[in-house]
Design a protein around this ligand. Structure first.
Ligand SMILES: [Ca+2]
Ligand SMILES: [Ca+2]
Ligand SMILES: [Ca+2]
Length: 227
């Protein structure tokens, strides 16, 4: 086999390996450890201001949420590890005029270092007076946000919402990525949306493997000749 042939064989092997890599869990929240006796604002009554991922690495930030939060029953949809439904992140409009939750947001903060083509999915449901127009946006500097697709409307019983973010190439390899969900359209103080089993997945970047491939190829060619 010539050097060129060997290079082609190695290159196609690693290309096939890179293309068939499964998505990895970047961050996953099941909200089963929430323990909120009654709806309250973040930082009071047992409502946290941040929630660390239950698997992977990431932080869900509630500190800008202007409505209230409770821990109503969760869902088995979109779980990992056969987790129980248990609790959900339940976001309420709360009392006031306008309703404080409307146009309020939560953010997910995570690293895409070594990863590309993320996707976001979660189980969600909303009440008849709950938020019905929820906009996703992303940032790679924490301050400038760009909208992702059209707003979504939760169903009245749990269903899974999935967002393919693979075409947002700004996120590929971003060391500090943020996804924001801005909730609006609530028409009653107890109107709410529940979110459960929130998953961020991504593909390990092929560039890492290409480098390994190049390194192995170089080693193959620079092996000392046997005498
Ligand atoms: Ca509760
Ligand atoms: Ca749950
Ligand atoms: Ca991409």
């Amino acid at each position: 086999m010539t050097i060129i042939h060997r290079t082609l064989v190695l290159a196609s092997f690693f290309t096939i390996t890179a293309q068939s890599l499964p998505a990895a869990v970047v961050a996953y929240w099941n909200f089963n450890n929430l323990n909120i006796s009654g709806a309250n604002t973040p930082g009071t009554g047992g409502v946290p201001t941040t929630i660390a991922a239950d698997q992977g690495s990431g932080s869900l930030d509630l500190s800008s949420w202007a409505g209230t939060v409770d821990d109503y029953a969760g869902s088995s949809l979109n779980t990992l590890n056969s987790d129980t439904a248990s609790k959900s992140l339940s976001l309420l409009a709360a009392s006031g005029s306008p309703y404080p939750g409307n146009n309020s947001f939560i953010t997910l903060q995570f690293s895409m270092t070594g990863l590309s083509d993320p996707s976001l999915s979660f189980a969600t449901q909303g009440t008849s007076t709950g938020f019905n127009s929820n906009q996703l946006s992303y940032s790679i500097d924490g301050s400038n946000f760009t909208n992702i697709s059209s707003p979504f409307t939760p169903d009245s019983s749990y269903s899974t919402q999935t967002f393919d973010l693979s075409s947002i190439n700004d996120l590929d390899g971003a060391s500090s990525a943020t996804i924001k969900i801005t909730f609006s359209g609530a028409s009653g103080s107890t109107g709410n949306n529940r979110i459960d089993n929130l998953q961020l997945n991504a593909i390990p970047e092929p560039s890492t493997l290409v480098l390994v491939c190049l390194g192995l190829t170089a080693l193959t060619f620079h092996r000392p000749q046997r005498s």
